[in-house]
Write a protein that binds this ligand. Structure first.
Ligand code: PHE
Length: 340
C-alpha cells in the first residue's frame, strides 16, 4: 500500500490531484485510516507489532504529501515569476492628493479673521438638550419659534427629556456663558441640523456663532465687528452692510444683516450699490438669556450673531448648489479644494 500511495503522490501534478490522493489515504474513508481503525480490534501482542508499522505508514504518507505540496506550490510560484515582469521604466501612477473641503477652508478663514479681533474658538455638542438649544435661549416649551426649527429629536431615554440634534450654534452661547467669566469673545463654528431638504437646504449644514459679553457693549460694537469681518472675508473694502430690524427670541433688539452687491456681467458681486442681500442674523443678547446663564444683565451686555458657513462659501467662491457640498463628488472637491 505504501509503494502504491507514494507512487500516486509522485504522479500528482496539480494541488487538486494531490488533495484527491490525500483524501483516498488519510480521509475518513481512506485506505490508511481504515488500517488505523483495525488496530482497535487487535490483541495487545498483535498491536505491539502492527501498531508501529501502521503508524509509520501514516507518517511516511503524510510527510510525502507535505513535501509534494510545497514542491507544487514552488513550481507555481516559479511559473508566475517566469511569466510576470515588472517594467521599472514605466512612469508611476500619480499618488492621489487629498484636499481641504471648502467648508473647512472657510471655517479656517473665519477663525483666522476673528482671531485677529481677539475671538477664541468655542465648541459645543451636536447632540444637545432642549434647555441649551431652546429654553435658555428664551424659547420656552410653548414658544412658536420652537416649532419653526424643524428639529430632529432623539428617542428619549426613560424618564429623561428627549435630546435633539442642535438646530443652530446658539446653544454654544449658553455653554460659554455658563462656564466662563466675562469678558467673553468667542466664535463657535460647527454642524447644525434641521429636517429640511431642497436646493438651498440640506438637513445638515454649518453655522458660525459669534458672542461678545462684557460691560458696556452696544449695537455699535456689533455693527463694527460684522462690517470688519465681512470686508476681510470677502476681501472687499467697498462692501457696506445694513442692519434691518428683525426678531429672534434670544436677542433684543434683533437685526438681520444685509450686504450690498452690484451686478457684473449678470453675476452678483459683493460690494457696490446694486442692491442688498440678506446674510445673517444678529442682535443684542436678550437680558433673559444673560440671567438664565447666571449673569447679571444690569452689569453685563453683549451681542451675538449667527451665519451659515456654507452660504458664505457659496458667495465667496461662486458655487450655486448647496447640495454639492455634501455629495463628495471628487471633481467638485478638486475644483474648490485647496490641494494638500
Ligand atoms: N441662531 C439663529 C439662527 O439659526 C441666528 C442668530 C444667532 C440670530 C445669534 C441672532 C443671534 O437662525
Amino acid at each position: 500500500l505504501q509503494d502504491e500511495l507514494l507512487a500516486a503522490i509522485g504522479a500528482a501534478d496539480t494541488t487538486e490531484a494531490l488533495e484527491a490522493v490525500r483524501i483516498s489515504a488519510l480521509g475518513k474513508q481512506g485506505s490508511v485510516s481504515a488500517l488505523l481503525k483495525t488496530m482497535g480490534a487487535m490483541s495487545p501482542d498483535e498491536r505491539q507489532i502492527q501498531g508501529p508499522v501502521i503508524n509509520g505508514l501514516r507518517e511516511t504518507v503524510s510527510n510525502a504529501l507535505a513535501a509534494k505540496k510545497s514542491e507544487l506550490e514552488n513550481d507555481a510560484l516559479n511559473a508566475r515569476l517566469a511569466t510576470e515582469q515588472l517594467d521599472m521604466t514605466l512612469p508611476p501612477t500619480a499618488a492621489l492628493n487629498g484636499s481641504v473641503h471648502p467648508v473647512s477652508q472657510v471655517m479656517d478663514e473665519l477663525a483666522e479673521i476673528f482671531a485677529d479681533m481677539g475671538f477664541a474658538v468655542a465648541e459645543g455638542p451636536e447632540i444637545e438638550d432642549q434647555w441649551h438649544n431652546f429654553t435658555a435661549l428664551n424659547m420656552p416649551e410653548t414658544h412658536p419659534a420652537r416649532a419653526m426649527h424643524d428639529t430632529f429629536y432623539m428617542q428619549a431615554a426613560g424618564e429623561e427629556e428627549a435630546r435633539l440634534l442642535r438646530t443652530h450654534t446658539s446653544p454654544v452661547q449658553i455653554r460659554t456663558m455658563t462656564s466662563q467669566e466675562p469678558p467673553i469673545r468667542i466664535i463657535a463654528p460647527g454642524r447644525v441640523y434641521r429636517s429640511d431638504s431642497d436646493a438651498t437646504h440640506t438637513p445638515m449644514f454649518h453655522q458660525i456663532e459669534g458672542l461678545v459679553i462684557d460691560r458696556g457693549i452696544h449695537l455699535g460694537h456689533l455693527k463694527w465687528t460684522l462690517e470688519t469681518f465681512l470686508k476681510a472675508f470677502f476681501e472687499r473694502d467697498e462692501l457696506t452692510i445694513r442692519l434691518r430690524p428683525s426678531y429672534f427670541p434670544f436677542t433684543e433688539p434683533s437685526a438681520e444683516v444685509d450686504v450690498s452687491f452690484s451686478m457684473e456681467n449678470g453675476k452678483r458681486i459683493l460690494g457696490g450699490t446694486g442692491g442688498w442681500m440678506e446674510l445673517l442674523g444678529s442682535g443684542m443678547v436678550h437680558p433673559k438669556v444673560i440671567s438664565a446663564c447666571g449673569l447679571d444683565p444690569d452689569v453685563y451686555q453683549g451681542f451675538a450673531f449667527g451665519v451659515g458657513v456654507d452660504r458664505l462659501a457659496m458667495l465667496k467662491y461662486g458655487m450655486d448648489d448647496l447640495r454639492a457640498f455634501f455629495d463628495g463628488d471628487l471633481r467638485w472637491l478638486k475644483h474648490y479644494g485647496f490641494g494638500a
